[in-house]
Design a protein around this ligand. Structure first.
Ligand code: ACO
Length: 450
């Protein structure tokens, strides 16, 4: 198969949201800490009728319907998630309800888990399958679904929730450059979920920021090395039209792009101009460790990278700023923002997009995509139309912070619990949305469709 990649995308996020500005006041944080300091505008969250299974049922049903895909045409289904509801039964098996209905049980794939990286692992599995000898000619389907919630404290404003579905096959408008992948994997305790009785992670915020940036540097070096081996020339930021990052919060994305700029400066890549060379010169001899700690370097590199950030990164930031960290879905929601904002100009064949996926613990990869002009229904403009990002953002319902905190308290009790019925209140949900109605005495979960 040729030009294997993503043919279609749909996204779902819960309609319940809380404004970061209101949360700042409520938490007694200094004004601007969440909005300017973290760079976040708003945060979506699941109420007691939604979870990662209901969101994934909603987004898969919606994708199949809106692109006119017969459920029999799916040959592989992979889920990425770090929100554990069952330690054995995969989320994929819940989604089989959709496919069993039309007699299709011949579908490979299960769930992949490692923090925010599971979606990328799932996507690579599907792309590799279509590119392999075991491909049977049908589509792959990838689902990233997560509810990111944190205990009270500084990490709480970096939550979020969403599910994304991506159809994978040949002749795609978004095709993989599979030769150029750079990964970095290692053993660290930056963010993990050792307490199986709680949905909340244990997180060392500062360490996780440094790990993220170190992983980015390492992946970029490997990516550039592979690119240079194949292309016979240096890679620099000017070789890609857009850069998409896993987005725990927007400030880290700003710092990440600046870090890539600093990498280009150190490698003496052609894209760095004279002014930047002068501004970054004083930092050229810092050791790796020193460079992660230097506030002056952070400031200087963000400043010189700003015009390129506005051009190559800003169009990817809409959904992550509005919805929050969606864990496995975060990177792909950033990519969906790019399609939403730029679909009409992206079709000029051969536009390259670089993506950085990061999952704490840690696993990370930089990979790249080529955007191509493809006919309906898999055109970029149709993908933008189907996703209806503006419509979905506008129809959300703002909760006051008190109500958000109260909801999280209810969810703490419900996590891992059995024998309860939910309020079954679907008034905020749009038609076609799945919601949780009951968990019985055997922990079996029941959902309805609005
Ligand atoms: N106005 C403007 N900016 C402000 C204000 C204010 N009033 N107050 C603080 N700031 C800035 C700070 O200077 C800082 O920005 P800087 O890094 O550019 O200096 C930023 O706001 C955050 O303030 P901190 O004091 O650093 O925040 P804190 O340590 O309380 O929490 C953190 C931030 C660590 C990111 C926390 O939210 C967290 O632990 N989140 C979860 C972990 C995470 O997402 N890690 C990322 C990778 S791993 C993953 O994806 C899960």
């Amino acid at each position: 198969a040729k030009n294997v990649g993503i043919l279609a995308i749909d996204i779902y996020f819960p309609p319940a949201c809380v404004q970061q500005e209101a949360l700042e006041t409520h938490d007694g944080a200094s004004k601007g800490k969440y909005t300017i300091g973290l760079g976040q505008d708003c945060m979506s969250f699941c109420t007691e009728v939604e979870d990662v299974i209901s969101m994934s049922l909603t987004v898969v049903t919606s994708l199949l319907e809106k692109y006119g895909i017969d459920a029999k045409q799916i040959g592989r289904l992979e889920v990425g998630s770090e929100t554990v509801i069952d330690k054995s039964k995969s989320i994929k098996t819940f989604l089989m309800q959709i496919f069993e209905k039309c007699g299709n049980t011949d579908i490979e794939g299960v769930d992949s888990t490692n923090a925010c990286y599971g979606g990328t692992a799932a996507l690579f599995n599907c792309v590799n399958w279509v590119e392999s000898n075991s491909w049977d000619g049908r589509y792959g389907l990838v689902v990233c679904t997560d509810s990111a919630v944190y205990a009270e404290g500084p990490a709480r404003p970096t939550g979020g929730a969403a599910a994304i579905a991506m159809l994978v096959g040949p002749d795609a408008p978004i095709s993989f450059e599979s030769k150029y992948r750079g990964s970095h994997m290692s053993h660290v305790y930056d963010f993990y979920k050792p307490n199986l009785a709680s949905e909340y992670p244990v997180v060392d915020g500062k360490l996780s920021q440094t790990c993220y940036l170190m992983a980015l540097d390492s992946c970029y070096k490997s990516y550039c090395h592979k690119y240079e081996k194949f292309e016979g020339k240096q890679f620099s930021l000017s070789d890609a039209a857009y850069f998409v990052f896993h987005s725990p919060y927007n400030k880290l994305v700003q710092k990440s792009f600046a870090r890539l700029y600093f990498n280009d400066f150190l490698r003496n890549a052609s894209s760095v101009d004279e002014n930047a060379k002068e501004k970054l010169g004083p930092f050229a001899n810092l050791s790796g460790d020193e460079s992660y700690q230097s506030r002056d370097l952070e400031k200087a590199s963000q400043q010189v990278a700003k015009p390129l950030y506005d051009e190559k990164v800003q169009p990817t930031t809409l959904i992550p700023k509005q919805v929050g960290n969606m864990y496995t879905a975060s990177l792909y929601a950033a990519f969906a923002s790019l399609i939403h904002n730029k679909h009409s100009t992206l079709v000029n064949a051969g536009k390259r997009v670089i993506l950085f996926s990061y999952g704490s613990g840690l696993t990370s990869t930089i990979f790249s995509l080529q955007l191509r002009d493809i006919q309906h229904p898999f055109s970029l403009s149709n993908i933008a139309r189907v996703m209806d990002v503006d419509g979905k953002l506008k129809s959300r319902h703002e909760f006051p912070p008190e109500k958000f905190v109260e909801t999280l308290k209810v969810m703490e009790h419900r996590y891992g619990a059995k024998e309860f019925v939910t309020s079954k209140d679907s008034s905020l949900l749009s038609p076609g949305t799945f919601y949780l109605t009951e968990v019985d005495s055997m922990y079996r979960r029941f959902y309805s469709e609005k």
